[in-house]
Design a protein around this ligand. Structure first.
Ligand code: SF4
Length: 430
């Protein structure tokens, strides 16, 4: 698949600083087993992440949004291999032509198939050949195939900043020990060199040299988060998962931390996965946005496009909840009925059909694929059927006028589920 087909921003925030693909998640699944009964046997799975695919480019910030429990944090941990996937791969520094081959292989064997599924004996010869090719590519580029030694060195390149700066710092360690710890684990430099690096990092995050000799409890929340960022930067990473990094901070401090992250990204060409349910923050910091619902990606595009033209009914509902700082502007709020279903027992068909204001009969039966309905704009919804399931081909029913009329407005701009241009759809992966 060509590089631009996996979402390289053409519009939106500062696309000029974006480099080649750094990480490419393909069909990631993570199921947590449910055990019960006297023998603690396996009675089901919590499908925390269920077939997630997207790429992150060098120097790019990808925002990941969705309600609590939709699998955002699990995706972040999978990208760092803090947990092992049930299936799927995250390719690191894979050239575009390799990702093309991966797409072709998944097209042959199916999106969720993998060696780990243990079903290769029932596949056709061409599917088995595709699986073999996927295996060879994974051996070379997938972070889940790295051995312990290779993974240890990769850890320095892939870092994380957690939501809560209070619990993510060891209270008995001085700041200089906290920041120098990754350097010691990786045996980088002498003691004096490590201390010099600590001072350099403190300066980069806006703290003073004397702060190195204090304990975490002596700092405010914003300062602690800066210490966490300094620790994440210690090994000169390429990619950082920012897991709700400003949620636990006062509003006045949030902007300072976001500015520091932006400056560091510019200076070090860092790539971020910014996980948040705060849509205004996502809009301010992201080049592209991935919207998740119940373990799956439902919409994925560049930031300006998503906020000016959300297509998925779930995204429209999320955006309708953003407060407008103008008493004279009105926006129709879309209230979703019911609770988020349990990921242990997800609804059939479209996972969102139990709450969707535009639901159609087909939605409970057929799972909508993630399809490219506008250039670089991917949506999983039967309102935008791919050609193979279009009404003309006898597949999904045509959307009802009620469903297509779903609309709202953001900051006075009309937003509509109805595309103004003819839809050209593709179902390969973003
Ligand atoms: Fe709503 Fe159906 Fe689209 Fe799902 S597929 S978001 S239920 S219209």
């Amino acid at each position: 698949m060509p590089d631009d087909a996996i979402g390289l921003p053409e519009v939106g925030a500062g696309g000029s600083h974006i480099g080649p693909v750094l990480l490419s998640a393909r069909n990631l699944r993570k199921f947590f087993p449910i055990r019960g009964g006297l023998l603690s046997s396996h009675i089901g799975d919590v499908r925390a992440v269920d077939g997630v695919s997207f790429s992150i480019h060098e120097g790019e910030t990808v925002g990941l949004v969705g309600e609590s429990g939709c699998g955002k944090t699990t995706v972040g941990r999978l990208l760092l291999r803090l947990i092992e996937p049930t299936s799927g791969h995250t390719f690191y520094h894979a050239p575009p032509e390799v990702i093309d081959r991966v797409e072709r292989a998944y097209g042959e064997i199916g999106p969720y198939a993998s060696k780990e599924d243990g079903e290769s004996n029932k596949w056709s010869p061409s599917a088995q050949a595709a699986l073999k090719e996927l295996d060879e590519i994974a051996d070379q580029y997938s972070i889940y195939r790295k051995n312990h030694r290779a993974m240890k060195s990769l850890r320095g390149k892939l870092q994380i900043v957690f939501q809560d700066p209070f619990s993510s710092l060891e209270p008995r360690m001085m700041v200089r020990e906290v920041i120098a710890e990754p350097l010691e684990i990786q045996k980088v430099g002498t003691h004096n060199e490590r201390m010099a690096r600590v001072q350099e990092l403190l300066g980069e995050v806006g703290l003073s040299p004397e702060h190195a000799y204090r304990f975490p409890h002596e700092f405010s929340g914003g300062q602690r988060q800066r210490i966490c960022i300094a620790r994440a930067l210690a090994l000169r990473p390429e990619f950082i998962v920012l897991d709700e990094p400003t949620s636990a901070l006062d509003v006045s401090v949030q902007a300072q931390v976001l500015n520091i992250l932006e400056t560091l990204q510019r200076e070090h060409q860092l790539s971020y996965l910014f996980i948040s349910h705060h849509l205004s923050v996502i809009r301010a910091v992201s080049d592209r946005v991935v919207v998740m619902y119940l373990g799956r990606v439902v919409e994925h595009t560049v930031t300006d496009e998503l906020f000016s033209r959300p297509l998925h009914p779930y995204t429209q509902a999320l955006l309708s909840a953003i407060p407008i700082p103008d008493p004279f502007l009105h926006r129709e709020r879309i209230i979703l009925s019911g609770d988020v279903p349990s990921p242990a027992y997800p609804p059939s068909g479209c996972h969102f059909h139990t709450r969707c204001p535009a639901v159609m009969p087909v939605c409970s039966r057929v799972d909508p694929p993630l399809a490219e309905v506008r250039p670089g704009h991917w949506v999983a919804c039967h309102l935008y059927p791919p050609p193979s399931t279009s009404p003309a081909s006898g597949g999904a029913e045509a959307p009802t006028s009620e469903g297509m009329a779903l609309s709202t407005s953001v900051e006075g701009e009309p937003l509509s589920a109805t595309p103004s241009t003819p839809l050209t759809t593709s179902t390969s992966t973003p």
